[in-house]
Design a protein around this ligand. Structure first.
Ligand code: NDP
Length: 231
């Protein structure tokens, strides 16, 4: 039976490329984004792939997350990828940290992933050897932080790394593996034009990591090459 991927933020960047690669690999894909009517490249895939379904979802609208989970209640999910993310304002801000933006970055990057997992835990439980993967960032690593700054984004990814660690413990008995992923510095809207790799290279690597994952790796933090990242 074909495996089932559920992914957020699927209209562009890494999310869209993951949708394409998993469809090409024969998976059933449930792709969510905030504005499907604007997501031309994603919706065009519907003509090519019967295995694709698209749903409108803002990951911070927790009622909608619950509703969608209820609508898909019979469907086992093998792989749940929290890809949606937000960097927030760029540039130096120490001394004038914008707290409303910080709250927004935290809401999207740290709180929403846990709420997504809470809603879809039964679906993951229904599949065998399922996985919850969170697109984190090396910028959330304490050990790796030698350049400072980026308070909003760094702290939000460090927080979601902590969520990943606790979930790995709490979901162990359900045999759901939980991992944090660093996609590399990728040329997307968020990564910008100076990124070191393109979306295809990043997603090919991330998919290889996910394809070979088992419960011995739950609670770990990997980059797209399968290298472990220090917390
Ligand atoms: P993009 O900025 O290209 O895409 C971000 C995606 O997240 C978009 O689909 C966006 O939707 C979606 N999104 C943002 N807020 C919400 C929300 N509230 N609800 C639903 N969807 C939302 O980023 P990337 O593709 O580069 O990044 C994907 C993930 O990888 C992120 O979590 C990011 O932090 C992480 N990452 C990326 C790196 C890089 O170099 N690119 C490096 C390290 C980590 P919309 O179009 O509606 O705004």
């Amino acid at each position: 039976m074909a495996k089932h991927l559920f992914i957020t933020g699927a209209n562009r960047g890494l999310g869209l490329t993951m949708v394409k690669q998993y469809l090409n690999d024969g998976w059933i894909v449930t792709a969510c984004c905030r504005e499907p009517e604007q997501a031309q490249e994603l919706t065009d895939l519907l003509q090519q792939f019967d295995a694709l379904s698209i749903f409108q979802l803002d990951v911070t609208d927790y009622e909608s997350v619950e509703l969608l989970a209820a609508n898909l209640t019979e469907e086992p999910i093998d792989l749940l990828i929290n890809n949606a993310g937000y960097y927030g304002p760029k540039g130096g801000m120490l001394g004038s940290t914008p707290v409303d933006e910080w709250r927004k970055v935290f809401e999207i990057n740290s709180i929403a992933p846990l709420k997504l997992l809470e809603a879809f835990r039964p679906h993951l439980k229904r599949a065998k050897s399922s996985c919850f993967a969170v697109l984190s960032s090396k910028m959330g690593s304490m050990t790796d932080n030698s350049s400072g700054g980026a308070y909003l984004y760094r702290s939000s990814k460090a927080a979601v790394n902590s969520v990943v660690k606790s979930l790995a413990v709490d979901l162990f008995e359900d045999e759901i593996s939980v991992i944090a992923l660093h996609p590399g510095w990728v040329r997307t809207e968020m990564g910008g034009p100076n990124g070191l790799i393109d979306v295809d290279e990043s997603v090919t690597g991330l998919k290889t990591v996910l394809d070979h994952l088992d419960m011995t790796q739950t609670g770990m933090f990997f980059d797209y090459k399968g290298q472990e990242i220090p917390w």
